[in-house]
Design a protein around this ligand. Structure first.
Ligand SMILES: NC(=O)c1ccc[n+]([C@@H]2O[C@H](COP(=O)([O-])OP(=O)(O)OC[C@H]3O[C@@H](n4cnc5c(N)ncnc54)[C@H](OP(=O)(O)O)[C@@H]3O)[C@@H](O)[C@H]2O)c1
Length: 266
C-alpha cells in the first residue's frame, strides 16, 4: 500500500529510542524527510547515520521538549531546513518514576513532560500547517489515560493529552489538519519498562518474582490476547498509518495498541 508519504516532512520528538526511533526509520523507508530531536547527542548521531543509510534526508538536533525555548529552536530549524512540516509526532517525554512521581514536583513533571511539551510543539507547528492547509499530528498517549488501576500522574497527564488532542482536532479541522492519539499498552522498550521504579518492577513485585523480564513475559502471556508485549515497530506502524493519506477519515481518534490487554496495570 502506498502511504503517500514520499517527500513529506515528518518531525518526531524523541526519535532516538523506542517507538520514536521506529517511527523515524519507518517514515524514512516511506520516502519522507525526517527531523528528530532528543537530549543525548551520541544517540542522535547514531540514529542520524542509520536513517541516512536508508537513503533519507534527516535533521537530528539536540532539544529537550520540556524546555520551550529548545523546542522552539528545534522547530525553527526544521522550518528553515525543509520549508514545510507535514507530520508531527509528539512522542518524547521522560518523567520521574517511583515514589517521586506522586509528589507535587512529580505531578508537575508528568504534566510538563507529557502534556505541555506536546502542546508547545503543536503551537509551534500549527501556524505552518494552517498556511499549508494540510498536516497530520499524532500524540503518543497511553492506555493509562483510559484505565488507571491506581492514582497515576502518568495516566492523568496522558488523559489530559487525549482531551487536548480532540480539542485541537476540532480547531484544526477547517484547515484540513488531522490530529489523533495513539494509546499503547506496555510495549518492549527494555531500558524503560525494566528500569527501577518502572511498571515492570511493579508487576514483578505483584507476582513476587525477582526477574522483571520474566514477570513481564508472564504478565503478557496471561493478560494480552496476543500473548506477548508489542514491539515498538508495531506501535510505529499505527502512527505512520495515521500520518498517511490513507488515514484521511481519521481525526480526533484515540487508537489503542496494546496487544488486546485484558487487565490494565499502568
Ligand atoms: N514503553 C511503554 O511501554 C509505553 C507505554 C505507553 C505509552 N508510552 C509512551 O510512548 C512514548 C514513547 O515511549 P518509549 O518507551 O518508546 O520511550 P523511550 O524508548 O524511552 O524513548 C524516548 C525517546 O524520547 C527522548 N526523550 C525523552 N525525554 C525527552 C525530552 N524531555 N526531550 C527530548 N527528548 C526526550 C529519548 O531520548 P533522550 O533520552 O536522549 O532524550 C528517546 O529518544 C512516550 O510518550 C511514552 O509515555 C510508552
Amino acid at each position: 500500500m502506498d502511504l503517500g508519504l514520499s517527500n513529506k516532512v515528518a518531525v518526531v520528538t524523541g526519535g532516538t529510542r523506542g517507538v520514536g526511533k521506529a517511527c523515524a526509520c519507518l517514515f524514512a523507508k516511506e520516502g519522507a524527510k525526517v527531523a528528530i530531536c532528543a537530549r543525548n547527542v551520541e544517540r542522535l548521531k547514531a540514529v542520524k547515520d542509520e536513517i541516512e543509510s536508508l537513503g533519507a534526508e534527516v535533521l537530528a538536533l539536540q532539544a529537550d521538549v520540556s524546555i520551550p525555548a529548545q523546542l522552539k529552536a528545534f522547530i525553527s530549524s526544521v522550518k528553515e531546513r525543509f520549508g514545510r512540516i507535514d507530520v508531527l509526532v509528539n512522542n518524547a517525554g521522560e518523567a520521574v518514576r517511583g515514589e517521586g512521581a506522586r509528589t507535587d514536583e512529580g505531578w508537575e513533571d508528568h504534566l510538563r513532560q507529557y502534556l505541555h511539551s506536546a502542546r508547545w510543539c503543536c503551537q509551534e507547528v500549527s501556524g505552518l500547517m494552517k498556511e499549508q492547509r494540510s498536516g497530520a499530528i499524532i500524540n503518543l498517549s497511553s492506555v493509562a489515560a483510559k484505565r488507571p488501576r491506581e492514582i497515576s500522574p502518568l495516566g492523568a497527564a496522558k488523559a489530559a493529552l487525549n482531551n487536548y488532542t480532540l480539542g485541537l482536532a476540532i480547531e484544526m479541522a477547517p484547515y484540513r489538519v488531522r490530529v489523533n492519539a495513539v494509546c499503547p499498552g506496555i510495549f518492549m522498550t527494555p531500558h524503560r519498562i525494566l528500569a527501577p521504579g518502572s511498571v515492570g518492577e511493579r508487576i514483578a513485585r505483584g507476582y513476587g518474582m525477582s526477574s522483571v523480564e520474566e514477570a513481564l513475559t508472564r504478565y503478557a502471556r496471561e493478560n494480552t490476547l496476543i500473548g506477548r508485549l508489542p514491539e515498538p515497530e508495531e506501535v510505529a506502524n499505527v502512527v505512520v498509518f495515521l500520518a498517511s493519506e490513507r488515514a484521511g477519515a481519521l481525526t480526533g481518534s484515540y487508537v489503542i495498541v496494546d496487544g488486546g490487554t485484558l487487565r490494565f496495570v499502568l
